[in-house]
Design a protein around this ligand. Sequence first.
Ligand SMILES: NC(=O)c1ccc[n+]([C@@H]2O[C@H](COP(=O)([O-])OP(=O)(O)OC[C@H]3O[C@@H](n4cnc5c(N)ncnc54)[C@H](OP(=O)(O)O)[C@@H]3O)[C@@H](O)[C@H]2O)c1
Length: 318
Amino acid sequence: IADQLRNVLITGCSSGIGLALAVKMAKDEQKRFKVFATMRNLAKKEPLEEAAGHRLGKTLEIKQLDVCDEQSIKTCVNSIPDRRIDVLVSNAGMGLIGPIECQSIEEMKTVMDTNFFGLVRLLKEILPDMKRRKSGHIVIISSVMGIQGILFNDVYAASKFAVEGFCESLAIQALKFKLQLSLIEPGPVVTEFERKVFEDGMKMDLSAADKETAEMFTNIYLKNYKQIFQSLGQSAEDVAEHTVKIILAENPPFRHQTNTLYTPMTTLKYADPNGDLPIDIFYKMVFQHDKIFSASLNFIKLLRWRSRKSFDLGKPSQ
Ligand SMILES: NC(=O)c1ccc[n+]([C@@H]2O[C@H](COP(=O)([O-])OP(=O)(O)OC[C@H]3O[C@@H](n4cnc5c(N)ncnc54)[C@H](OP(=O)(O)O)[C@@H]3O)[C@@H](O)[C@H]2O)c1
């Protein structure tokens, strides 16, 4: 389908990455995409309409789709000519931070339902068509937290790990049907997500947590939250640009991290099969804040040491 117009369905386009991606693809100079930009609440469509400008109704159409509602997915897909979706971008998602003692199981289920089952529901509806046509690209906005957990992001990380495990399994079958699957893994991105998560964190009732945990959350996590986004954060447009590159790639990779500043942290996971290294480094970064720099330097040293070690394989030590 190289020169053919591709139908792209994107979820969660009321703001952030979904909105930026929908607009970027609709404005493609070569007009390679017809974008079905979806959102659960059409009352929020104004920012997208404004950003899409005169592409609205031409290369971009706005549709209702709630990833937690099977019927809304079905109705949306049925409204697309021949139900043909060449590229599905599963982007809708939500965050949750804080001590688990202060979160209800219901809140946690909503996160899993949106971030994980949302993807599953989409694929149950769209995958059979793609298999039949033996063509399609499934792009999932995952997160670096789908590879490596972070303090006070327990349930959010779990939801993204679920997505990653699900996709790793599915990718093997997809290959048989000539379908492509790509996980986009951004680090911090400055969007509504960041603002909502921070505000909810600030409002959180911490009375169910012990004093030490509550203080850790308020005085360490929340205190540094903004700064992390300011120093490491990417823009939604930046993530959209990476995503378009992956969509247009001839052989799109299974995983793509969008933030090179973050890559050393996720690489730690693969550097130590015991899994202690990333936990230890994160512990040091969080609880000995002034030592971040030295931890990073140690990490680089360690990588260099490891690569030297692998070059020396087969030779006697020392
Ligand atoms: N921001 C980050 O730091 C970051 C980092 C890594 C990965 N991500 C991932 O990137 C994706 C997009 O997030 P973002 O940063 O662009 O945040 P955002 O601006 O808050 O956008 C999230 C979008 O998902 C939608 N959504 C939530 N629940 C939905 C549902 N049940 N059905 C349909 N849409 C739903 C939201 O709609 P409403 O407006 O109606 O709530 C919104 O349009 C998420 O999967 C997130 O996990 C974000």
